[in-house]
Design a protein. Sequence first.
Length: 391
Amino acid sequence: MQLHPFQRRILSQLEALPTGVSELVKASLVERGQVRLGDAVTGILRSLRPKQPMNWDPWILKTGDVYRLFYLRGLEGQVPWWTVSNLHGAVSKDLENWQDLGTLLKPEPNHAWESGRICAGCAYEEDGVLYLFYSAGGKEMPDLRNEAIALATSTDGIHWQRYPHGWPLIPDEQDEWYGRCNLTQHFHWRDPYLFKDPQDGRYYMFICASAKTPGNFQGCVGLAVSDSIAGSYEILPPVAAPTVETAEKWPYYHMERPQVFYKDGRYHLFFSCFRIYLNPSWLNQVNSRKITNSTLYWYVSDQVTGPYRPMFADESPRGGVAIVPGSDRVGMYGMNFLPVDDGYASSGHLDEFIAYGWYHRLHTLGVSSALRASWTEPEEIGLFFRKGMGK
């Protein structure tokens, strides 16, 4: 699941070029030319990988000496590309050689809310049981534009059963914090990430959502909490969100694939957002050369429930852009971190990660031990990527 180094170098160079135009942003003639150039080179790279399926949004759970990979698989060429997807799996002991497990979870036609697609999620192990928190959407309107979160469990990692009690989790229409996207009327409620807080032992679920605020840039990271892993979960206010006062210059249409770590007394939140879904008003005020599709955003808080703020202050040499240094040229979207130290939750040793995601131009996964991120002194160096460390 690793591209040839030459292909990775090409993608790193292409990453600075735009990949398309959304209804949110108007592209200049120069940008449209860059899109055509990037698409042409991408087409050549894809031709070198004929008949490959469309894969995206991987996440990994390590149990013992086994890495369990979960990812989404759809149909190449489907429009929109995210409307059809199943959950696939694979296992490995070295992150290089993988055994394909096939389809682990399919849409359920008897449940309108998850009849069309499985969306990204996370996995957790506790007392010999594997917990799969996943998001899903419907097949037909209005459920096509709705998303919800549910739970499946397994004891072998191959056979999964949907959990029958207390799910799906979704805010109701009268919820005071979360609502539909004003532009597309999409109800964003996906990409759950489960975090067991070492301070209070409770289970916090971070969620890609939309805040009830004016404007087209309503992306927020939602939150739910439970005293037990299987729930029930109480929906809480978002941990990072626009307000009525900040909505005009809030950067994000959505904040995808959130992930949280606890280090040195603070909580660190990472998430992704495609550049075409960023607020032009915000881009005009920052060093936008460092903002690409693979840019990973980095927020921090003293409390697990937030509020989370950009890691770097506006007056810092980084120009107020709260990003993981080096992420802008990796070429992968939705990057997550896998701690190298298996016992980091109890030991507190959170110094090195394996970084993984999916190459959005080629619709293929980027999962191996070759791409590392080292955490040194955050205020001085932050995270940086090193290549060539794997097989």
